[in-house]
Design a protein around this ligand. Sequence first.
Ligand SMILES: [Zn+2]
Length: 161
Amino acid sequence: MTTPTQKAAAKKAPATTPATKKTAARKSTAPAKLAVKADESPWTKAELAEVRGDLNADRERLRSELNLAEHELHDLMRDAGDGAGNDQADVGSTTFERDHEMSLANNAREMLAQTERALARIEDGTYGVCEIGGEPIGKMRLMAFPRATLCLSCKQREERR
Ligand SMILES: [Zn+2]
């Protein structure tokens, strides 16, 4: 049972946690402590900015490539649908084109996913760690190939399978 005064008190106490602005000094400009090989120097802000810039640019490019390929594919599928009267050669070349567009789209989609994962890993600080072995991928390799999620030896092992 609540008395009127208790009610009033409850009403009067809205959760006004004083406006502590979340300027909680998280230095977002400093590069996270990302993994590097033992003989490599830590990531500098500039290096990280470069890699991130590359990844962002790749993401934009891949998105539009994917978009384009999916559009082409859509058109090809539609044309195939009303393909009455196509002779055999037309059908063959359409199939070829469609397979081609499909592999372009798949390729772009896969690279886009890799690029987005790399960007996410920069954010969460796991960028540069091999996804199989957990060892540092190496800054040099990442600067040359920013999407890399595997160290070179794991990558080569994967490819041999
Ligand atoms: Zn590895």
